[in-house]
Design a protein around this ligand. Structure first.
Ligand SMILES: [Zn+2]
Length: 572
């Protein structure tokens, strides 16, 4: 904490000429051309993410319009001279004809009325009077209405610049009266280059540390396309260390945020079913003091980006990511299905919601991410379980149905029958239903002791617990505990030596005398462990296996016969 009080970097390096408005050249050019050909609109709307230069551009517009002696830049367009008295007074924020209003705190109709009363007075110092209304979307509905009239017929030499991070919340009637400009997120590379310049300038002035290149790259990444965030972070970090050179580690520690590269690494482990790598990465983060909530929050945002970029290649228009990141994510999600990515977002979001109320946040996040890393199989299995449950309920409804065989529906539509179901005595049950139709047990709800067993496994290994999520168990016989799994992938993982040891230990703890654990995947003795990323094939295979299995079950086969149908869709 050695840095002396110095001027806020963002203020100090605020663009003072259009030439300095980095990352928004498309806007500078258009405004400068309009000034040069005297085609100024009386209302502008600047929209875009925070910290991308909207207010700076509004001030530049005010400045160029009031500059007494604009200079001509290399492209032949006018730019602020920075020398004339108007330019200087504007830079000192001491110019009476620029009025900045923060709509977040002045959003009432009364605020707008007050502004309207003053609008009619002529500019005092310069040629134009400019109203900059920041966060304009925060105005109330009646304030917008009160404003509309002024916006339609402004007095001569009065200009409005409306800035917003959320243009969707601005009424169309307002937008249609403005010339609109979209500010872009600034690319990581542009921000980094600017940070390098500033560090050089500041170091030359003394009392400012140097920064490792990757430390600046990280600051640029954390800033997510906004200069303002980048510079305030640079400011904070510079004054937080007495070291002559700031390292990447220091930046990571200070920001408490997961870097894009960390998120990419974790997600790559998830998408490649690389559980070990995933767990290693998570452990590493915990070791470095990251909270499960932070990890979950940043993961959710990353998964959302993956999902949106998968659904729409142009989604970066809403995400505002640096284009190189967007391209990398697009490449990353190419082999994945949209369904998997949507499921991933839901799962991480659910974990995040539960984390807030959990005493075991770390375990919760870990097991959710591990389940995610098990791939689409897990979704397919869950969908299947739900489907089987529904079928069971429908069957029970039929079982209770007292109608004669004549009432047998001619189509395989089940719901009308189920809806009209009413309890009847066993003596009136339809002859075609077997006596012994009972709900099937497909999931691990066989008994509490198996739940205890799964929990006992969980105390030894979260991965193993997650792998057992849809397992079926047989009561141990002759010292052998048999576990049936739906996924050959999970089975091969559980068969690893150390995992077998965990299972055996847990089994002994719960059931007593157990000498060995046998892991089966029905009908999959010759099946190989699925290759990475062939999810569609994998789901098709699971569906087919399940379909066959269900048909083997007497009750389902009966149901199929009853309804004269076939099982057509097992996944929702
Ligand atoms: Zn000037």
């Amino acid at each position: 904490m050695t840095a002396p009080a110095r001027q806020n970097l963002y203020r100090k390096y605020r663009p003072q000429r259009f030439a300095e408005l980095s990352g928004q050249e498309h806007i500078s050019r258009t405004i400068q051309s309009a000034v040069s050909s005297d085609r100024i609109s009386h209302a502008y709307m600047f929209s875009g993410p925070r910290g991308t230069g909207k207010t700076s551009a509004a001030r530049l517009l005010a400045k160029i319009l009031n500059c007494l002696n604009p200079e001509i830049d290399s492209r032949g367009l006018p730019d602020c001279c920075r020398i004339c008295s108007n330019c200087q007074r504007i830079e000192e924020m001491n110019f009476m004809d620029i009025i900045e209003i923060d709509a977040a705190s002045n959003n009432s109709v009364e605020d707008i009325r007050q502004m309207r009363d003053k609008v009619k007075y002529r500019p005092v110092e310069g040629k134009y009077k400019i109203y900059i209304i920041d966060e304009v979307h925060m105005l109330s509905g009646s304030a917008f209405n009160a404003f509309l009239k002024t916006l339609e017929e402004p007095p001569p030499n009065v200009l409005f610049v409306l800035a917003t991070t959320d243009p969707q919340k601005v009424p169309a009637t307002i937008i249609s009266r403005c010339q609109c400009f979209d500010f872009h997120s600034v690319s990581r590379r542009t921000i980094q280059a600017r940070l390098e310049e500033i560090v050089k300038l500041e170091s030359a002035e003394g009392q400012f540390p140097d920064f490792a290149a990757e430390a600046l790259a990280m600051i640029a990444e954390c800033a997510q396309g906004g200069f303002r965030d980048a510079l305030s972070l640079l400011d904070q970090i510079a004054s937080s260390s007495a070291e002559p050179v700031i390292s990447l580690d220091h930046v990571l520690n200070m920001t408490r945020r997961l870097s894009y590269s960390t998120l990419k690494e974790i997600s790559t482990a998830i998408f490649a079913h690389d559980l070990a790598n995933l767990v290693r990465n998570l452990n590493d983060l915990y070791f470095r003091g990251y909270e499960p909530l932070t990890i979950g929050r940043d993961m959710l945002e990353y998964m959302r980006r993956c999902m949106l970029l998968k659904i729409d290649a142009e989604a970066n228009q809403i995400l505002y990511l640096p284009s190189e990141q967007a391209d990398e994510i697009k490449a990353q999600v190419t082999p994945l299905t949209t369904r998997f990515l949507i499921g991933s977002v839901t799962r991480v979001e659910r974990a995040l919601m539960n984390i807030r109320n959990s005493f075991q946040a770390r375990i919760l996040l870990e097991s959710e991410l591990i389940r995610l890393a098990m791939g689409e199989e897990i979704f397919a299995t869950e969908a299947l379980e739900k489907r089987v449950e529904q079928l069971e309920q429908k069957l029970l409804a039929v079982k209770r149905l007292g109608s004669a065989p004549a009432a047998r529906p001619s189509t395989r539509a089940v719901s009308p029958v189920a809806r009209s179901a009413s309890p009847v005595s066993a003596s009136t049950r339809p002859a075609y239903l077997p006596e012994n139709v009972v709900p099937m047990t497909v999931v691990s709800k066989v008994g509490d002791r198996f739940t205890d067993f799964v929990n006992a496994v969980g105390t030894r290994s979260n991965i193993c617990r997650a792998l057992l999520v849809s397992a079926k168990f047989n009561q141990p016989e002759k010292g052998i505990l048999t576990i049936q799994l739906e996924q050959s992938f999970a089975a091969s993982k559980l068969k690893e030596e150390k995992n077998i040891a965990f299972l055996l230990e847990a089994a002994r703890e719960i059931f007593g005398q157990v000498n060995s654990v046998q892991i089966n995947v029905p009908g999959a003795t010759t099946e190989v462990v699925p290759q990475k990323n062939n999810h569609q094939e994998q789901i098709a295979k699971i569906d087919e296996q399940a379909r066959q299995k269900l048909l083997q079950k007497a009750s389902i086969a009966d149901a199929v016969e009853v309804f004269g149908g076939e099982i057509i869709d097992l996944g929702d």
